[in-house]
Design a protein around this ligand. Structure first.
Ligand code: CA
Length: 515
């Protein structure tokens, strides 16, 4: 039985339902978690050869009952890719374009152009600009109330992109140029008091001096905005982008006792509490959709923005995302494989929008998909796609996959291009094609600081993911024909997207050379 708030009850009393009206546009929610990888959850995403989900030890560590609730109502993906760091993924969600095309290929340092030594000079440090085609802008034109709550990270300090209200969002709460919160604590005014004041989270003054954790404050505010939107009779697009679970790893006291005897380090315990607080937020949001009586007409897309940053083990080992190798920022699967769940908040086969986009309940989809697919999926559903001549889109609609079918026309491919340094991995490009994965390292070794960098053709890693999910056996030498085919594919895709490579000391581009 749906719970009805007084608000909704009142609307029934004073404004009789008009059954003949066309169905209201569906509400749309993107629930984005910062730095959450595919293994940071009690929901098993990875599957066996038959496509059945398999539990791994990390699934026993984390507590995410609300994700379990959402996964039971919808379909989750075992091979969903994001870019390996924040801003590239965030721009891809809002534009439907691969980072190689929109050219924000690195996280945006708010205060200093971080192309890095010999990174492409024309990379898009400025991020999104007023007038750019965005998911929010298209939906606003379609009649949506577009709500931004949480972390933005779409442009540097002082730029147009620093303010989501200039990018198609009607409301911006708590979003600015920063990629990490000053603090999660209301007692610290979310960073305004203390050493990290430059990264203070704005717009939450009502909670300053209280014990309201940042994740909770954002959830309370998001739920208020939803109630307002329903009361006003307008469909909403909510982009709720939590600062959690990004560092600083400050423990959420509400959940600390769950991990006190875990044997984990203090940081790892704090990370687990950030995950659990995020999950409570998801549950509170689902409760609110039900209380407002709009759950059947609301589509929720849940995801992480890059691989896990859990403070467990060596960054390039099979550790924090085990059985995947690597973590946030890395060229390995742990750097870019993220959780993705799509669900109608309350399944109802009679709802006309659910008929238009049926989603298999409890489904697990094994085809390769990525963050650029969200844009055409949402805009296709409500017929608000932009003119492809003016705004090319790399993603493809997820409709068939959500219905629990295979999409034979969808290539099993993904390009991830990172022409920057220094970071956890430097100057690399990843090309996934079918069961194969190629990594091009433009530099064999990370250069010492200072002086120009001598590129020497780089090196390749080639993995067969179906047989070697943990990326332990580099087959670049053993499979020369496959290597060559993959390099040709990578170069073709880089060309198609007009990707910007790193440059040598004379400014000449460094491209993957044919072996
Ligand atoms: Ca991130």
């Amino acid at each position: 039985m749906r719970r009805l708030s007084l608000l909704v009850l009142a609307s029934f009393l004073f404004a009789p339902l008009r059954a003949a009206d066309p169905p209201r546009l569906p509400n749309l929610v993107v629930f984005l978690v910062d730095d959450m990888g595919v293994m940071d959850t009690s929901v098993p995403f990875l599957t066996d050869m038959e496509g059945k989900p398999v539990r791994h030890p990390l699934n026993e560590l984390y507590r995410t009952p609300s994700m379990e609730r959402l996964a039971a109502r919808g379909t989750r993906f075992s091979q969903f890719y994001a870019m390996s760091v924040c801003s590239p993924t965030r721009l891809s969600i809002l534009t439907g374009q691969n980072a190689a095309r929109h050219r924000t290929t690195n996280w945006i340092n708010p205060w200093e152009n971080n192309a890095g030594p010999q990174g492409p000079p024309d990379w898009n440090w400025q991020g999104l600009k007023r007038g750019d085609t965005t998911l929010a802008g298209q939906l606003r034109e379609r009649g949506y109330r577009t709500l931004h709550v949480g972390k933005a990270h779409f442009g540097p300090e002082g730029s147009e992109g620093a303010d989501p209200a200039k990018l198609g969002f009607e409301v911006n709460l708590a979003g600015r140029s920063i990629g990490a919160p000053g603090s999660y604590y209301g007692e610290n005014h979310y960073g305004a008091l203390g050493k990290r004041a430059r990264s203070a989270v704005p717009g939450l003054e009502a909670y300053h001096g209280t014990d309201t954790f940042l994740t909770e404050a954002l959830t309370l505010e998001a739920n208020k905005l939803l109630a307002e939107s329903v009361k006003g009779g307008r469909p909403f697009f909510l982009y709720l982008a939590h600062y959690a679970v990004h560092s600083p790893f400050e423990p959420d006291p509400r959940f600390a006792a769950h991990y006190a005897d875990s044997g984990l380090s203090e940081k790892a315990q704090a990370f687990a509490t950030l995950i659990e607080g995020m999950d409570k937020s998801l549950g509170d949001l689902l409760d609110q959709l039900e209380a407002l009586g709009v759950a059947e007409n609301t589509l929720v897309l849940f995801l992480g923005d890059n691989g896990s940053d859990a403070p467990l083990g060596d960054p390039h080992a099979v550790a924090c995302a085990a059985p995947l190798r690597g973590k946030k920022g890395a060229h390995y699967e742990g750097g870019m494989r993220v959780p993705f769940i799509a669900a109608w908040a309350a399944p109802d086969p009679g709802n006309p929008w659910q008929k238009r986009l049926p989603i298999a309940a409890g489904g697990v989809q094994g085809q390769v998909a990525n963050v650029t697919d969200m844009f055409p999926t949402l805009l296709g559903l409500v017929e608000a796609m932009p003119d492809p001549d003016k705004h090319p889109v790399d993603g493809r609609p997820l409709g068939r996959l959500l219905a629990g079918r295979r999409d034979p026309e969808r290539p099993e491919q993904f390009l991830m291009h990172y022409p920057h340094c220094p970071h956890r991995s430097n100057y690399f490009t990843v090309w996934r094609d079918g069961d194969w994965k190629l990594i091009h390292h433009a530099l064999p070794e990370i250069p010492a600081q200072g002086g120009s960098i001598q590129f020497d053709g780089g090196r390749y890693e080639l993995f067969h993911l179906k047989d070697d999910l943990s990326e332990q056996r580099n087959l670049a030498d053993a499979e020369p024909e496959e290597l060559r085919r993959m390099v040709v594919g990578m170069r073709t895709e880089l060309d198609r997207m007009k990707a910007l490579p790193p440059v040598d000391a004379e400014g000449r581009p460094i491209l993957p050379e044919l072996p």
